[in-house]
Write a protein that binds this ligand. Structure first.
Ligand code: SF4
Length: 336
């Protein structure tokens, strides 16, 4: 167990957790909404520090991050737990925890070991992913600090529900993030995720403002968030931040509690890409689906394909640094 960051003692032995926008007030002996942070006699503890439930070497495209160190390997880790409750969660086996789990039966992996493995595996980054990394922030930041000293980058794949205080703690340690923008409807967030929309919008804007490399993903859930008007709202919000912000629309596959539903129709995927482009985004990608050229990066100035992606990890770059080799235009792609 590790004492948590970003909490304050309230009356008596109650504590206020300030890590995510649930801002749980936690009574003595109880846990927060994520079920992995517990108040013991007025001290808040992370129960999952170093208790990894997933660690894999993956290409960065799998995150997905398409404009950050393309084609590189990333050591990807997770602990158990989540602060959302999406009924279609693809990682529910590790994101859903029981409020009685103490996680102490899981092997402990110290941060230095994660960094060492990442280096041995020729990774260029460590990625905090699969579940929601905010809920294991202490472990992520301790690891990120060591990783950075060894020249590795640090990536978050996140639902964007961090508080501004948590974003401040990440500043200077986390280099890039893929943030889920699951919908543009607060009702959707409340009903399906047990969260709210506005904090996620704020996070995307604030991360970009703070200089993190940001990409955004929207999983298209048939009939729930895929209307033209909602897709336009998402795209236009992103354009308002930067038309260079990559938007990944990804295909839904039935999982967890939503096994009766159908995958996102191919036509919906194409429509979303089209809408993103019409609204002014210069880089829109379609994920979890085989669509010709839907994952290639073309130079917006001359149309030359600068990155061709044919399946995860098979990436062919034709870049001159971060420039298009055909017309010389500067591209918003981080290559080193
Ligand atoms: S991380 Fe979020 S869900 Fe977990 S205890 Fe803190 S405020 Fe609550």
């Amino acid at each position: 167990m590790k004492e948590a960051i970003l909490y304050a003692r309230d009356v008596g032995e109650e504590v206020d957790c300030r890590l995510c926008n649930h801002r749980c007030r936690i009574a003595e002996g109880k846990r927060g909404f994520c079920l992995v942070r517990e108040n013991r006699r007025g001290t808040l503890y992370s129960l999952v520090y170093g208790r990894l439930v997933a660690c894999h070497v993956e290409f960065i495209e799998k995150k997905p991050l398409y404009h950050f160190l393309p084609g590189s390997r990333s050591y990807s880790i997770a602990t158990a737990g989540c602060n959302f409750r999406c009924p279609w969660c693809q990682n529910w086996r590790i994101s859903r925890v029981d409020g009685r789990d103490d996680f102490q039966g899981l092997a402990y992996t110290e941060p230095a070991r994660v960094v060492q493995t990442a280096l041995l595996e020729n990774c260029e980054s460590v990625c905090y992913t699969y579940t929601e990394p905010t809920i294991f922030m202490e472990y992520a930041l301790d690891t990120a600090r060591l990783a950075r000293k060894q020249g590795l980058k640090n990536l978050f794949v996140t639902n964007g529900y961090q508080t501004p205080e948590a974003l401040e703690a990440m500043r200077g340690l986390i280099d890039a993030a893929n943030v889920d923008l699951k919908s543009f409807s607060d009702g959707f967030y409340r009903r399906y995720c047990r969260a709210r929309l506005q904090p996620v919008l704020d996070t995307i804007r604030n991360m970009h403002k703070a200089g993190l490399h940001v990409e955004v993903t929207t999983l298209l859930v048939p009939g729930r968030n895929d209307s033209d008007s909602e897709l336009r709202q998402v795209a236009s919000f992103l354009v308002g931040i930067s038309r260079d912000l990559p938007w990944h629309v990804t295909r839904f596959h039935p999982d967890y509690r939503d096994t009766e539903m159908k995958p996102t129709p191919v036509e919906t995927m194409k429509r979303a890409v089209e809408i993103g482009r019409q609204e002014g985004l210069r880089f829109v990608y379609a994920g979890n689906i085989m669509l010709a050229e839907a994952n290639d990066t073309a130079c917006p100035e001359c149309g030359h394909v600068v990155i061709r992606r044919s399946g995860l990890g098979r990436t062919r770059c034709d870049l001159d640094g971060s420039r298009c080799p055909e017309c010389g235009a500067g591209l918003p792609i981080v290559t080193s």
